[in-house]
Write a new protein. Sequence first.
Length: 291
Amino acid sequence: MRSEFDFSGIELQFELENRKVRVLNAKKEVFFESFPNHMHGFFELHYIFGGHGELICLGNRYPLLAGCVYLNGLNVSHEQRTDTEDNMTEYSLAFDLTPSRGRIQAADGLAQRLDGMKLWIGEDRRGIGELFRQIERELTAREIGFRDALESLCRLLLIEVIRSFAEPTDQVSRHAGITSDRRKFIMDEAFIYLYRDMTLSSLAALLNLSERQTARDIRSYYGMSFTEFRGRSRLSAAARLLTERPDMTVAEVGEVVGFSSAAHFRKLFAAFSGETPAAYRKRAWEDGEKK
């Protein structure tokens, strides 16, 4: 990874209701390689602003695309994988929260929502990316009052994130109807870049929809089931690798795109393209030489 900025040497603290929030760090990073499984004793907020990747957390896999936000809780194991051909880039904010003291907070209070939270992942609908960009500008310029500005921006950032995962289901549904074009874009990107390990569950989580609604949308958009279209995406990727990667064997291509059995891959590819993988590769190379 390469950090383009961080909060090193800057101590920030502010109140959220009657709880104190201490900002431990904020970073802007490019992932040139995947980050192995790990956990923290603090909260960590992430905003993906470029590239593609995957989050593995709590036994599920979630595609990470531009505009995706996720917040992981205390001591929650997670792994971040990047697409090495389209490196994932993100903003992140690490913070901790003092335990509740004094008067009892309402169950729907802002800070109370974080207690026991393990993972929330969704699409940025509240300007979270822009708040991170403002934090970067303040940290870079360091004009008079920048520390106060950073504290205010970080506080607003947490409020917007908590509001996002605290939205009632009916409100999420209304947003989903408004942003159908965005949902289609996310689906397209996920099937292009994350076809190998993506599940219906992880795609539904990214879209803030139920699995049933996600399956219906896929059928509506592409005219086939999730499994059928994911298989088609894998085979399309295999066709590209067969022509672009002469160093890879047919079996290796099949494994890379998600097929554990080489024989099964050859059978499905032949049905998809009308040729075996080897014949497809040979013809593509011969056609390229003629040009």
